[in-house]
Every structure is written in structure tokens, then in C-alpha cells.
Design a binder for this molecule. Sequence first.
Ligand code: OFO
Length: 172
Amino acid sequence: MLSKKLEAALNKQINEEYYSSYIYLAMAAYLEDANLDGCAHWMRMQAQEEHLHAMKIFDYMIERGARVELFAVNAPPKEWDGAVAAFEAALEHEQYMTGNINALAELAITEKDYATNNLMQWYVTEQVEEESQVEDILKKLAMMGADGPGLFLMDRELMNRPVPSIVAGGGA
Ligand code: OFO
């Protein structure tokens, strides 16, 4: 059984993951509108990945006999000041998510729930990858130039992002 505190915190995190999915979908819509199909594709894939992050917690809670509760998802912003600003906002968002995950891992340890801590360690590793991926895109954009040919090339590269999947206990 999960403690009531952890149950509430995990339910909140499911909502945070859905908000993440929503904000990336909003960025995809914004970038589609700017004719940056590759950047938009990358954001769509990220939105799908966040859905998988939410479902991994959902499935874990069911397995532990906890009660999943779904809350309303806040509306994300609609506009950013260009592709670089959208990726900067993505990085900022991932840093915020890392803070949430760290707090959950800490709570699991305080509650002596080592299985939940183990699950959270998966997310801790995942967050390192998530932040690093966006940082990498931002560095490349800074190197190649964030408008004109640089952005055009980056847009083509980002089109190659594969559809995410999470295998049991594994990564996305
Ligand atoms: Fe992008 O983060 Fe989920 O957890």
C-alpha cells in the first residue's frame, strides 16, 4: 500500500506530466504555424513521451493498489517568441519537472517506500536525458544561427526524432 501522502503526490505528478504533454503540444501547434515542421514534429514526439511518463505512474499506482485521481489540466501558453524561445521554455519546464521528481524521490525516502523511490530513480535518470536533449538543441541553434540557414538545417534534423516508447521498467 502507498501512504496517503505518496498517493496524493503521485496523483499530482500524473497531472504535471499531462500538463507537460499539453505544453509540448501547444509548442508543436505554434511551430507548425511558423512552418517549422521538424521542430513541431520534435515537440509532438515530446508530448507523446510525457503521456507515457504519466501512464507509467498511473500503472504503478494501480499495481500498488492505490487510487488514481485525475485533475483538470491547466491551459498552456499559445505563443512564444520564435523557435529558440520555445526550446528555452522547454528547458525551463524540464528543470521545473526535475525539481518535482527530486521532491517525490525525497518523499518516498522519508516515507520509507523504497519501491516508489526506485520508480523515481527511473525518472531522475530520465530528467538528466530530457534536460540534456533540449540543451543540445539550444547549443546547436546557437552554433549554427537561430534564423535562416541554421534554423532550416536544425528543423530538418529534428524531423528524425522517432516515436517514443517505454518498455517495462525501461526508458523512453
Ligand atoms: Fe519531460 O518530463 Fe516527464 O517526467
